[in-house]
Structure formats: structure tokens, C-alpha cells
Design a protein around this ligand. Sequence first.
Ligand code: HEC
Length: 163
Amino acid sequence: MKTRKKILLAIVVIFLLLQLPFFGPKKNYTDAKPVNDISTAYEIPNDIQMSLNKACYDCHSNYTKDYPWYSYIQPISWWMNKHIVEAKKELNFSEFTTYSAKRKARKFEEIVEVMEEKSMPLKSYLIMHKEAELSEQATTDLITWAKQMHEKAKQTLDSTTQK
Ligand code: HEC
């Protein structure tokens, strides 16, 4: 066999081996009830909750609802998993109530920032998830809501630091 063919064959074999379930990252899904979810502590109108669910929760919660077929292919699944892990480290709506008062206030501020900059949801995600794209109206509503929640979180913060 020619060297080039051997190399090609090796690449194909490695690729196929990587597809073994053993190498796949754990799926971001839990059966546990979301007891620390943001909705247990903050008022979230229905339309806002729907926007968060469809545009943010796949990465920023413990419940990724939609794993498309290509998410089972390595190394795509690692790449996707890395996004979820990093996203949850920054902001996890399912664990929101466990954050300190200061962190909560800061996170609402960041939500306003990313929505104004239009940097979230990630562009790479939107290519494959057209349904996650928020309309201008939904974006504005989300910003208004996050600003209100930021005020509320700041008040709690001020009252706790005064003590
Ligand atoms: C495809 C996954 C994905 C989706 C969907 C997504 N995010 Fe993110 N988000 C990330 C990642 C990864 C980070 C951390 C790295 C970074 O900042 O780029 C992040 C970071 C953030 C941060 C931290 C602050 C900052 O400046 O980086 C905020 C706030 C945020 N996202 C809000 C949102 C909101 C609100 C939505 C829904 C409208 C959303 N994200 C949808 C992946 C995602």
C-alpha cells in the first residue's frame, strides 16, 4: 500500500474509533427538578421565559433540550460540549438562586450587555438553530426585563450590604 493510502486509512480508522460512545461527552441533561432555577426567585413573564428557553437554555441551563444528529459525531460533540460547559460557568439559569447577591446583579447586567451587543446566542449556534433567533421585539423585551431584574437584584444587594 502507498504511504498516502496508509495515512488516509489511519485517519479513517481513528475517526471511526472516536465515534465509540465511550469517547462522547456526557449529555447536559438531568432528571432532577430545577429547584434553584431563576424562575423560583424572579418573576419571569411567559414570553420572556419562552425566549430564554428557546434562545439560551440549551447552553445556559442543566437542560439541553435539543441534541441534533450531528451532535453525536466526534469531534463536533466535544466542541459543542465545551460551549455548554463554558456557558454554564458564566451563567447557569438552573442554578441562578445559588449565586451571591452581587453575582446575581452582575449577571442581569451582563444579559443586558450581550443582548444589546447581539453577541448571544452564539453565531455558530444560530446557523443551525434558526428558531433560536429572537425578534427585535423579543430582544427589546428581554433587555427591559433584565434591566428591571437588575434593579431588583441591586436593591437586595444594597439592603444586605447596609446591614
Ligand atoms: C450555543 C451556546 C450558547 C447559547 C445558545 C447562548 N449562550 Fe451565552 N454564552 C455562551 C458561552 C460559550 C459563553 C462564555 C464565553 C463567551 O462569553 O463567549 C456565554 C456567555 C454568556 C454571558 C456572560 C457574559 C459575557 O459577556 O460573556 C451571558 C450574560 C450570556 N452568555 C447570556 C446569554 C443569553 C441571554 C442567551 C440567550 C439569548 C445566551 N447567552 C445564549 C454560549 C451560549
